[in-house]
Design a protein around this ligand. Structure first.
Ligand code: 16G
Length: 250
């Protein structure tokens, strides 16, 4: 932010548009134009109120709304910064995390937290269409974009359908790509539900957010070309880094 220019003329004190709102819009414009970049520091309330010749209350209202809307982040003892932009997930396209991140010019990452093979619980028998004695592979991974944690995924796969899948190393690799190329299986469709939640201590630590931060809880069932279940996943996405996008027709 170019403090030092004659800021007081940026805001128009002779219109009915509230000053806090004008300041807020001005900051949004700076972000959209790229004059303010993710991680840039925002001057203090005192500096802004002096530059713009407005009260600190007015500055605080503008900054607080921008923090609440996720455009700025406040770090205690450090200051207020421009937030990383949110990743918009298209709800009508079935993509993998790796494809999603690559299409945005980011490097996808995966760090395995836990891998287990169990007999199918009654819930998994139903979801994956398997019997009680069938084995299910459960993979818990932290997903990253450019090395920053974005989501926690717990994926369940029927091992009878994918023999040997449990022997793979799933760090930094695409499971969808592996399944499609090694098992002659097309990942064709999925059904998904999305809910809002608050991060517990463990999730917060892994995702590098504060406990009780807003998160998106996504549950997905993925099917092959014959509408046979391939995967059941529960994921926790960072609410400060994700937004959901749909194209509507009428
Ligand atoms: C996405 C899927 C998840 C899938 C993963 C595969 C959602 C909510 N989840 O994150 O079901 O397991 O992609 O990604 O979209 P990969 O091929 O990069 O391993």
């Amino acid at each position: 932010m170019k403090v030092g220019d004659d800021m007081k003329f940026v805001l128009n004190k002779n219109t009915p548009i509230p000053l806090y709102y004008q300041l807020k819009q001005w900051i949004i414009e700076q972000i959209e134009r790229g004059d303010l970049k993710p991680g840039d520091v925002i001057p203090s309330e005192r500096e802004l109120s002096e530059e713009f010749e407005i009260s600190r209350m007015t500055v605080r209202q503008a900054l607080t709304e921008l923090v609440n809307e996720g455009k700025l982040v406040r770090e205690r003892g450090k200051g207020t910064f421009v937030a990383e932009p949110k990743i918009s997930q298209d709800l009508f396209r079935l993509t993998s995390f790796s494809e999603d991140m690559k299409s945005r010019g980011m490097t996808p990452g995966a760090s395995v937290i836990d891998v287990t093979v169990n007999t199918a619980s009654s819930v998994l028998q139903k979801h994956l269409n398997v019997d009680a004695e069938d084995k299910v592979l459960i993979i818990k991974r932290l997903r990253m974009a450019d090395d920053k944690p974005m989501a926690l995924e717990t994926a369940h796969f029927p091992l009878s359908k994918f023999p040997g899948l449990d022997e793979q190393d799933f760090n930094n690799m695409s499971i969808y790509q592996y399944i499609e190329s090694h098992y002659n299986t097309a990942i064709s469709s999925a059904s998904q539900s999305i809910e809002v939640g608050l991060a517990n201590e463990t999730e917060a630590k892994l995702l590098d957010i504060s406990p009780n931060s807003p998160i998106l809880l996504i549950e997905r069932m993925t099917y092959d070309g014959h509408r046979q279940p391939i995967e059941y996943v529960t994921s926790v996405y960072r609410g400060d880094r994700y937004k959901l996008y749909v194209e509507l027709k009428r």
